[in-house]
Design a protein around this ligand. Structure first.
Ligand SMILES: Cc1ncc(COP(=O)(O)O)c(C=O)c1O
Length: 294
């Protein structure tokens, strides 16, 4: 069936079939752009301001001009949300440097290309939450600016494909013997009740869900530490979780074919998953134009 829900391209809402960009767009030629994906529950975007803060940072680090003010971003995103026929959405938006004759160096005065679309949001099915998922591991061979949410995702795609081919939900990454993140999510471990995850750095994406988990842990007196986590610590962990806007918080119960803990989602995971769901409900009840703290 043809997709009828409108997309946003450079200021206009239009059917996806009519949305087109130049083949000289630097997003197409170089993967020269940045993006965000915001989950929307019952038409209420979750942590929109935090996503916009990260977008602004990515644009700044990539030296791409931000075409919109914060208020304009919000209003454009609401337009996209309101134009859809379904309530739970994954709103994707990307900004590329724009259209120019192919040359690595870029002219200063380019008009950025802005594209947004909404797809039905598919949260992890209850069975997966209850049972957990499998992961494989790989060497993190991506570039050293993983803190920028770049559309150049070939490294992440190749890594994710490894777990897809193994029938697993994620590929957990190690660089120089230390945990970084996973191909499309952040990673937490639990050892003797203490939640642990690598600190923010150029080696990981500063996840919005990572921050929510951190805030929920602190607000509910669950011990949490951000510090370097070795590969050996991951392999000996009682629990492993992956977090992202679409996966929310998901337990990994098998890593490279070996059981994690007792092979079932652990008690700290179950508590965090419950806190996360409660927080989502609170955001939905508060309505769409309010920012909510944990
Ligand atoms: C590489 C990577 N790390 C972490 C995340 C999690 O980020 P967030 O919680 O903001 O969705 C993502 C999400 O797409 C990602 O691609």
């Amino acid at each position: 069936m043809a997709e009828v829900n409108p997309v946003f391209l450079n200021g206009k809402l239009l059917p996806i079939e009519q949305a087109s960009v130049s083949v000289l767009d630097r997003g197409f030629i170089f993967g020269d752009g940045v993006y965000e994906l915001v989950p929307v529950y019952s038409r209420v975007p979750f942590r929109l301001d935090e996503h916009l803060t990260r977008l602004e940072r990515s644009l700044g680090e990539a030296k791409i001009r931000n075409p919109y003010s914060r208020a304009q971003w919000r209003s454009n995103i609401y337009q996209v949300i309101d134009a859809q026929t379904f309530d739970d959405q994954g709103v994707y938006f990307q900004v590329t440097r724009g259209v120019a004759k192919r040359d690595h160096a870029f002219p200063k005065s380019l008009e950025p290309t802005v594209f947004m679309m909404a797809n039905p949001l598919v949260s992890p099915p209850q069975a997966q939450v209850d049972k957990g998922g499998a992961a494989v591991s790989a060497t993190d061979n991506r570039w050293l600016r993983c803190d920028i949410k770049s559309i150049s995702l070939i490294g992440n795609c190749l890594l994710r494909q490894m777990s897809a081919e193994a029938g697993a939900v994620e590929t957990i990454l190690f660089r120089d013997g230390k945990l970084t993140e996973a191909s499309a999510s952040n990673v937490f471990i639990v050892k003797r009740g203490v939640i642990q995850s690598p600190p923010k750095s150029n080696l990981i994406l500063p996840g919005i869900t990572y921050d929510v988990v951190s805030e929920l842990a602190r607000a509910n007196n669950l011990p949490i530490e951000f510090r370097d986590v070795s590969e050996a610590e991951v392999r000996a962990a009682d629990e492993i979780w992956v977090t992202s806007s679409s996966k929310e918080v998901l337990a990994i119960v098998e890593l490279d074919g070996k059981r994690v803990g007792d092979g079932r989602p652990g008690p700290v995971f179950r508590r965090m998953h419950q806190l996360y769901q409660e927080f989502k409900q609170k955001v939905m009840r508060a309505g769409k134009r309010e920012a909510l703290q944990v």
